[in-house]
Write a protein of this length. Structure first.
Lengths: 472, 999
């Protein structure tokens, strides 16, 4: 029996030795991740987090593809080939989305995921320095950009109903919060504040290339923000600041296709103010935006007849659309994103270009009745694209129509067309409806509930404080 | 200690001369045919003297006295005891009669006499796994164990097998059982990273398996603590036996075809498709002939081709296996050695599996007290796997959805991959020719152990086990067409190495508590440490040479070169006590404390326990001698155990990397974490009765169980505005209760003829008892709702086509009172579950002299199957550019008055009639002849002169016959656990011939 006791003693000793080692033995950390509280602690880790924040913009249902595609598809610039397609975006084209539609849920969650990444950078306890201020300014701009997209897609336009429900404003990390929707006006106030703060923090001396936010990029986005708000005075002031900075130039008509075929960010101020970079490693593969236009990829999205024939024959932008064969039929194929098969680089998603700032400025002038400056600004762009063009000389509503028409031609396939309809509270009318195939609606009336997207079901399920948009 | 040793040797020295004259000789034979038995251990019941019979079955042993008792033991035979008395010659025959055997079953950390077992354990003998044309043991368990549901997730050979024991025990963590192979808790399941479906257990040659024990209840399994909740499967590999060296050779070859193709599910031929499409276009355009002609031409109707894609994609695959083994040894050293080759081609192109395997088991008795043993099982397998599901490269997708106008070969015989013709789904023949995806797995399972008998009854065992896996997964996408044409071809390489070690130390103490030996105890204590580390490399690039001949094409543009890994550890102490009174009553209790890296800091250690009791009533004095009831045992158990399959670092709040920008490193928050996160807790209760009737000609085993599983891992939804979707917490509960019945009988037996029949069936009822906020978790078409089955189907209820208009008609809700043709007016309702109400197997064997005919039927009922892609193949025209199935064609509404369940076919249909609804669900009831074999064993009289012990030839078929109960079903009724047909590689039936030779 003594012997047994001995054995047990040995066992107990061995067991306790084993458990002493246990703490270490059981404390296994993932080899390629770090604890959240160690993630942003200094300049270099903040730089890494800012890169991660930009990469969030690349998501397929964010700026990667859905935002630029839907902005044209839900209007009248492009259609999905009704015979041969990969079944993508048919729901968007036919306005049949519901609160369980995956693309919409992804846009919602990816926007807020990008906001989380930005929030953690903005709120990190890292002492101010030139680098840190610049990074914070970039994060504030991206946060504003994300809220701007959210408010566009999920809430009524400010110009229609500023007091209607917007989206929840989340500025700090709290995974268990169930925030209610702020009003459209409150979200607008937050966006304005973030962009203004960003402009103050960002320093042109620290400008990187066009794939990073700069002070002028923040101002350009602020100009667009005032345009959507209908605050034409501020829109004009900020837009003319960007123009008068003198940093940005337009490509010559002969160089336009060269500009579009360049897959790399620029530092020379040519056209691009801010873009989301896709390189040959970090891209969405077959889900790249370009694959959806290029016939070497899915090639499902095709330019409508009426858009194509809006361009004059001498317009350099018409050269970006070519007639090609798809399943034995001639179709208009978009060539704004020609790097589908380029192994060295992929097409960036352009967030804002100099041409848009000029168009905002022209519209701001026109809206406040300054026809002369509106014409000058508009013609600067239009005649650059089409050197044969005599220039616009219209005034009033007719001039506004010309500006909208020029916006359509200039910003086609970059996701802006639908918002010109929405902002102006006009019905979408598809002139080339016969190309869309059987059963596709020819119009989307201004009063339709389908003008904005539903709040995703997953959000409603998890957040008892949130309300659905009418009609879903 | 030393004193005792000295005393024994002294005693032996004194005794030896005295015993010299008392020599017993004799011969041991097989009771079946009288043939001599070699390798039988003959030992004196007192002391340690033992000998082994020679090849002619003879032995000689010195008996100590007339009171001595000789014990004859040999694996596979019932042991016999004979008193020496005045005999000097003892001839004896041993019987293989199974019912007579004192059945030994492998249990947690040991083995036990089945009579003493207090838990629910099912044993499957190794011969059930021999020479079956299925690559892995887990797949062969289907229909063999009551309450064990085993289903293939795909027809891919070497693909994942899903096993559920006593129902589904988890919502978000794995519901798979723990596999312990020769004492090693192994990494199993699909551990691949770049392969559609794989199974780590497919590396173990089933022919090397001696037995499988399935531990189902608390008493049987709780000694495995935090990993036993979903049952434990103990796999023991073959060991050698002392005696003449035996050589075994098995050869098998055959072919495979799709197991079940249904006419209703067949894609249309050219004429049918043209007719349907024309009608659809006409209905859409009001008969505008120009538009109809335009679309038909655009689809390719005028190109003169009529391709049978399903005929091209399916094939007659080859299946082959060769196994050779040698085993033998002497009283001190025994060995088993084997080698195997297995090759199987699926019934679908680009899908096959090849395995080379070897096994070595050595056992050596160093001295009377110490023995060493080694088991080493190594294999290398090569699997090629096509894409499944709706991937445009999936051959099964292509077979069903490519139009008959599309054609695989150009006029000159080259592959046709014109993107103008194959606008979305690629030509599967060209994909199979140009692209490939391979998984090469090297697997080593090894255990080195030493046992030391400290004193009589007290044994110390230590065992170091390793479970090593190395996976190479290259895949290639050609630069000429397909997904990689835009990147100039892709080459992807994944390499993973998983090293899993476990060190187990146990002390096992057995002793009689009273002097008469009526009450004895078996106490086991031990501790165990385990750590599994995984290392992964991904090397991906694009831009490959424009060649088709390179086995490993280099890439001009490397895009990914990442190494990562994942690991887990367990540290445990455990103990088990078993008390047995006169073989009548057994009581057992177990206790285990587990710590794991997977559990959050606030809950890192858990304690699990069980109690069980068994009562062999037939051994009681009061039990009447009756010829009807020959055995009766009652048992019951209760306890706790856990499910630690909750992922490796789920409790930590983390930032991850790899979200790079401009090729500079980027970081992002990846998970919320939860410091309280821990195991799922399972509380199984079990009562069982084991009954033998008519001298055990009939054996019945019935078990009733209730499993309450709480603190289930749930991914609790967060507001997406937080930037996260969910965080993990232990919240939900569910319950499984059920009944299992196993019947083994020999209904008829004469000298030459014998009929064996065994049947098992199990009923399980699952119910969700608690959820986070008791909110439904909807993942259409599934819903997890309190009070319902965890796999409930939640969908629209389909009524059919409006007889007047051909419009779709749904019931508005589950009450079925109102109908509508407006899809927005329809609500989902629960229409059933993907889990079967009951399932089981039936095995029957007829043998007459050397001829044996054996069949195994599997069946299940009460579940629903889901045609996941039915909305494409029965689209009512919404997807008119894809081929449709025969059901759509046969039953479509065409004119007023047609009563049918398929609406009008309208090209570009906007009615959303193809929204998921009960229309795409079928009753999953089926009976399938899983296995049938006819064998002939040549008579001994012919073989003995050739020095052959046994020669058997056979033919064997698997899945040869299938009966489905739903007239509307369009596909194979054998589908994954969730019942969803997801265009997997088709299941196969095989037909093979084989030969077994032993000498």
């Amino acid at each position: 029996m003594k012997f047994i006791i001995k054995i047990f003693l040995i066992l107990v000793v061995a067991g306790s030795m084993a458990s002493a080692c246990n703490k270490q033995f059981l404390d296994l950390k993932p080899p390629a991740s770090i604890p959240t509280n160690e993630a942003i602690v200094d300049e270099s880790s903040m730089t890494t987090a800012v890169n991660g924040m930009y990469s969030a913009l690349r998501n397929v249902d964010f700026f990667g593809r859905s935002i630029p595609i839907d902005g044209d598809l839900m209007a009248d610039n492009i259609y999905i080939d009704p015979v041969q397609n990969s079944n993508r975006y048919l729901i968007d084209m036919t306005y049949t989305y519901t609160e369980t539609y995956g693309n919409i849920q992804n846009t919602w969650s990816e926007a807020y995921n990008a906001i989380l990444r930005a929030n953690n950078i903005i709120n990190a306890t890292v002492a101010s320095s030139a680098t840190v201020d610049q990074l914070r300014g970039e994060a504030l701009t991206i946060r504003a950009l994300c809220y701007f997209e959210l408010i566009k897609w999920f809430a009524k336009p400010y110009t229609v109903s500023p007091t209607s429900p917007g989206v929840p404003i989340v500025l700090t990390y709290d995974p268990f919060a169930k925030p209610a929707r702020n009003t459209v006006a409150e979200v607008y106030t937050q966006i304005e504040k973030d962009l203004t703060d960003a402009v103050n923090l960002l320093d042109p001396a620290n400008d990187k290339n066009s794939s990073y936010v700069t002070q002028l990029a923040a101002q350009a986005l602020l100009a667009r923000f005032y345009q959507f708000k209908g605050d034409w005075g501020s829109a004009g002031t900020v837009a003319s600041n960007v123009v008068s900075a003198g940093k940005f130039t337009l490509a010559d008509s002969s160089g336009l296709s060269t500009y579009w075929s360049n897959p790399f960010p620029v530092s020379n101020g040519l056209e691009t103010i801010f873009e989301v970079e896709f390189d040959n490693v970090n891209n969405n593969g077959t889900d790249n935006l370009s694959n959806f236009y290029d016939q070497a990829g899915y090639g499902d999205a095709l330019c409508t007849d009426d858009l194509y024939f809006t361009y004059s024959a001498t317009d350099a932008r018409r050269g970006l659309i070519q007639s090609e064969n798809r399943g034995g039929r001639a179709v208009w194929v978009v060539h704004k994103y020609p790097n589908t098969t380029n192994v060295n680089g992929k097409d960036a998603s352009k967030i804002i270009r100099y041409a848009e700032v000029l168009l905002i400025l022209a519209e701001a002038y026109a809206r406040v009745g300054d026809n002369t400056n509106a014409q000058i600004t508009l013609n600067t762009l239009a005649q650059k694209r089409d050197p044969q063009f005599a220039g616009y000389s219209s005034t009033g509503n007719s001039l506004l129509n010309d500006i909208y028409n020029e916006r359509r031609k200039e910003l086609a396939f970059e996701g802006h067309r639908y918002w010109d309809y929405v902002r102006a509270n006009q019905a979408v009318v598809r002139q080339s409806i016969s190309q869309y195939g059987p059963g596709v609606p020819a119009t989307l009336p201004a009063g339709s509930n389908k003008r904005i997207w539903p709040i995703p079901r997953a959000e409603l399920n998890a957040n008892s404080n949130i309300t659905q948009n009418p009609g879903y | 200690m030393r004193k005792i040793l000295g005393f024994i040797s002294l005693l032996t020295m004194f005794c030896t001369p005295l015993l010299a004259q008392n020599i017993i000789s004799g011969k041991v034979t097989d009771s079946k045919d009288g043939s001599p038995l070699a390798g039988v251990t003959v030992r004196l019941k007192e002391g340690t003297t033992s000998v082994v019979t020679k090849e002619d079955g003879t032995f000689k042993i010195r008996a100590s006295s007339r009171q001595s008792i000789l014990v004859f033991t040999s694996i596979g035979f019932a042991p016999e005891e004979v008193s020496v008395g005045s005999k000097t010659v003892i001839n004896i025959s041993l019987s293989t009669e199974e019912k007579k055997l004192q059945e030994v079953v492998v249990v947690a950390y040991g083995s036990s006499d089945k009579k003493k077992v207090t838990g629910a354990i099912a044993k499957v003998a190794g011969k059930e796994f021999e020479n079956v044309p299925i690559p892995s043991v887990d797949a062969m368990l289907q229909g063999k164990v009551a309450g064990l549901q085993s289903v293939a997730s795909s027809g891919q050979p070497g693909g994942l097998q899903e096993i559920r024991i006593r129902g589904i025990g988890s919502i978000n963590a794995s519901s798979e059982p723990l596999y312990v192979i020769d004492g090693i808790p192994a990494n199993t399941g699909d551990v691949s990273h770049n392969t559609t479906t794989a199974n780590a257990l497919a590396g173990l040659n089933p022919n090397d398996v001696e037995s499988v024990s399935v531990l189902k209840d608390a008493s049987a399994a709780s000694l495995y603590g935090s990993r036993a909740a979903n049952g434990v499967i103990l796999i023991t590999t073959r060991k050698g036996r002392a005696g003449k060296t035996k050589i075994g050779i098995d050869i098998q070859s055959g072919f495979s075809e799709p197991s079940y193709l249904n006419n209703l599910g067949r894609p249309l031929n050219k004429n049918q498709y043209t007719e349907l499409t024309k009608e659809g276009l006409s209905n859409a355009t009001g008969g505008d002939s120009a538009t109809i002609a335009f679309y038909l031409d655009a689809l390719g109707a005028n190109n003169g081709h009529n391709t049978d894609w399903i005929g091209l994609v399916t094939r007659q695959g080859i299946t082959q296996q060769y196994n050779a083994s040698a085993s033998g040894g002497d009283a001190r050293t025994t060995f088993y050695l084997s080698g195997g080759y297995y090759k199987q081609q699926a019934a679908v192109i680009a899908s096959d599996f090849t395995r080379y395997s070897g096994d070595l088991n050595l056992r050596h008795k160093l001295n009377d007290k110490t023995s060493l043993s080694l088991s080493l099982n190594a294999s290398h397998s090569i699997q090629t796997t096509p894409f499944q599901s709706a991937n445009f490269r999936s051959p099964v997708l292509a077979a069903y959805y490519l139009r008959p106008y599309q054609y695989p070969y150009n006029a000159d015989g080259s592959y046709n991959y014109d993107p103008g013709l194959f606008e979305q789904i690629f030509n599967p023949m060209a994909i199979a020719h140009y692209d490939w995806s391979r998984l090469e797995t090297s697997k080593i399972l090894g255990a080195l152990s030493a046992d030391y008998d400290i004193i009589k009854g007290l044994r110390f065992s230590t065992r170091i086990g390793i479970d090593y896996l190395s996976l190479e997964e290259p895949s290639y996408e050609n630069p000429f067409f397909g997904d990689a044409v835009t990147t100039g071809g892709n080459m992807t390489n994944f390499y993973s190495r998983i090293f899993n070690w476990v060190w187990t130390n146990t002390l096992d103490y057995t002793r009689d508590i009273d002097k008469a030996g009526n009450l004895n105890a078996d106490l086991k204590v031990g501790y165990e440490g385990q750590k599994s580390t995984e290392y992964d490399i991904q090397a991906i690039g694009n831009g490959v040479p424009q060649l088709t001949t390179l086995p490993l094409p280099p890439t001009s543009n490397p895009t990914q070169a990442i190494a990562t890994g994942t690991d887990y550890s367990f540290a445990s102490v455990f103990s088990n006590l078993q008390l047995n009174y006169k073989n009548r009553i057994s009581v057992s209790g177990s206790l285990r404390r587990d710590g794991s890296s997977r559990f959050g800091v606030n809950n890192q250690y858990g304690t699990f326990w069980s109690v069980g009791a068994a009562w062999n009533i037939d051994k009681e004095d009061f039990f009447p001698e009756t010829k009807y009831v020959s055995a009766l045992k009652l048992r019951a158990s209760y306890g706790t155990n856990g499910n630690a399959n909750i992922g490796n670092y789920g409790w930590r709040s983390l930032y991850g990397f790899g979200v790079d920008y401009n090729k500079f490193p980027g970081s992002r928050p990846t998970q919320v974490g939860n410091n309280n996160l821990t195991w799922e807790l399972n509380k199984p209760f079990d009562v069982g009765i084991e009954l033998g009737l008519l001298k055990n000609r009939i054996n019945v085993e019935v078990d009733y169980y209730i499993r309450q599983t709480t603190q289930l891992l749930q991914n609790v939804p967060l507001s997406l505005t937080s930037g996260f979707g969910t965080y993990p917490a232990n919240i939900g509960s569910l319950e499984n209760r059920g009944l299992e019945v196993t019947l083994n009988t020999t209904p008829y037996m004469t000298k030459d003829f014998r009929w064996d029949l065994s049947v098992n069936f199990a009923f399980n009822k699952n119910k969700v008892t608690q959820l986070d906020n008791n909110a439904d978790i909807v993942n259409l078409p599934y819903i997890i709702r309190k009070g319902e089955d965890v796999q409930s189907i939640y969908t629209f209820i389909w009524k059919g086509a409006d007889a007047q208009t051909g419009a779709p008609v749904w019931y508005k809700d589950g009450t079925k009172k109102e109908t509508t043709s407006d899809v927005t007016q329809v609500d989902n309702a629960i229409i059933g579950s993907a889990s079967p109400k009951g399932f089981g197997g039936l095995t029957t064997t007829f043998s007459y002299k050397g001829i044996a005919l054996s069949g195994q039927f599997n069946y299940q009922y009460g579940n629903l199957l889901f045609n996941t892609w039915g909305f494409l193949s029965e689209s009512d025209g919404a997807f008119f550019s894809l081929n449709q199935d025969k059901k759509e064609y046969d039953r479509r509404w065409q004119k007023a008055g047609d009563i049918t369940d398929v609406p009008q076919y309208v090209a570009g249909n906007q009615t959303q009639s193809n929204t998921t609804s009960s229309r795409y669900f079928f009753k999953g009831d089926y009976i399938r002849l899983r296995n049938v074999s006819l064998s002939y064993t040549f008579p001994k009289s012919l073989m003995s002169p050739l020095h052959i012990d046994n020669l058997t030839i056979y033919v064997r078929g698997t899945n040869l016959w299938t009966y489905t109960f739903d007239k509307n079903i369009t596909f194979d009724p054998e589908q994954p656990i969730n019942g969803a047909n997801d265009l997997q590689v088709l299941m196969q039936k095989t037909f093979s011939f084989g030969l077994n030779l032993n000498f």
